[in-house]
Design a protein around this ligand. Structure first.
Ligand code: PHE
Length: 356
């Protein structure tokens, strides 16, 4: 019995893992283990012998079982310690730096434009980018045969072969929002509508998708003089310097009279500077809203009148921030975005100063 005790207690102490421990358990106290077999022999003993051997074997079995249990706990503690040592993590280390995104110049300029017009009492209106040709053309006094339809390089949506209805278009300008706003709000109106527009065109100064901002002011006595003041006020605030404008007689089906507006600029060393010099740069189309357009929007042209204008936001961004190629605006090149982008907390406001 002493031999058995010594053999198993030493082996248990020396076991390096749980598998070895289990093997020892089976060999010692398992059904056919050495100690279990010894216990079976008790039956063949004399009662006197049994009285001595029985309790001694039981004690030995208990001793081995508790040695196994203790060793098992010790092994799993050791395994946990080893894991804790290898999987150690220093949570006080500085984290990896993450690059913060930037605001696209178009978004920035849209915010700037909105801030300036909001200060003059203009609210922001919106409309869908996929338009019916009624809103994009007819309601704006551009009937079916009108050459302006072809000139605008319109994208048409697809209709099923036997579907006779006229296809929807990707709006070619923000002017349909004039009609939608008239229908929804009635006169008087003072809104701008910044948004995406589409034309099939692509070169250094044209992309198939670009941005315009529409302006519309309707009232009892709104005139071209008000238009001129509003635009000069806008350009001076936007460029941060007094900007002269030049109105040139022009033609749009939806305004009468119509004017294209140039802003004062200089060309020195191939770069354009707004608000100085004696060159002119065309930046927008405008005019007094045509009576037919007011009628299409459900407004009585004998009672109300007003002006409308439309200009390119991308163009304004290029001019103000010296960005040479329009196509790069929409390439999503991270190097370009980091270079020309704006800090996300740098919200343009009039009281914060638009021209830092
Ligand atoms: N819609 C015209 C364009 O896209 C611009 C414009 C708007 C002209 C409003 C006059 C009045 O070119």
């Amino acid at each position: 019995m002493d031999e058995l005790r010594t053999k198993y207690i030493e082996a248990i102490a020396a076991a390096a893992d749980e598998a070895t421990l289990e093997e020892l358990r089976v060999r010692a106290v398992g059904k056919k283990g050495e100690i279990s077999l010894k216990m079976r022999e008790l039956g063949k003993m004399t009662p006197e012998e049994r009285q001595v051997a029985g309790p001694a074997l039981n004690a030995l079995k208990n001793e081995i079982n508790s040695a196994l249990a203790a060793k098992k706990v010790a092994l799993s503690d050791a395994a946990l310690d080893a894991r804790l040592a290898t999987e150690w993590l220093d949570v006080t280390l500085p984290s990896r730096t993450r690059r913060v995104g930037s605001i696209h110049p178009i978004s920035q300029v849209t915010e700037e434009v909105t801030a300036i017009f909001a200060d003059m009492g203009f609210a922001v209106a919106e409309g869908p980018q996929i338009e019916t040709d009624w809103y994009n053309f007819d309601a704006l006094n551009i009937p079916g045969h009108h050459p302006a339809r072809a000139e605008m390089d319109t994208f048409y949506t697809h209709r099923a072969e036997d579907d006779e209805r006229r296809p929807h278009v990707l709006r070619t300008h923000t002017s349909p929002v004039q009609i939608r706003t008239m229908e929804k709000d009635g006169a008087p109106i003072r809104i701008i509508c910044p948004g995406r527009v589409y034309r099939a065109d692509y070169d250094q100064t044209h992309t198939p998708m670009f941005h315009q901002v529409e302006g519309l002011a309707l009232g009892k006595d709104i005139s071209m003089a008000n238009l001129k003041w509003v635009l000069e006020e806008f350009f001076s605030a936007f460029f941060g310097t007094d900007v002269k404008t030049r109105f040139r007689a022009s033609h749009f089906p939806f305004t009468e009279p119509s004017a294209e507006v140039d802003i004062q600029c200089s060309w020195e060393g191939g770069t354009v500077k707004v608000g100085e010099g004696d060159d002119w740069l065309e930046v927008l189309g405008s005019g007094m809203v045509h009576p037919n357009v007011l009628k299409a929007g459900g407004i009585d042209p004998d009672e109300y009148q007003g002006f409308a204008f439309g200009m390119g936001i991308d163009r304004l961004a290029m001019l103000k921030y010296g960005i040479p190629d329009l196509r790069a605006f929409f390439d999503s090149d991270l190097r370009w975005l980091r270079h020309y982008g704006f800090a996300s907390l740098d919200q343009p406001t009039l009281h914060g100063g638009l021209n830092r």
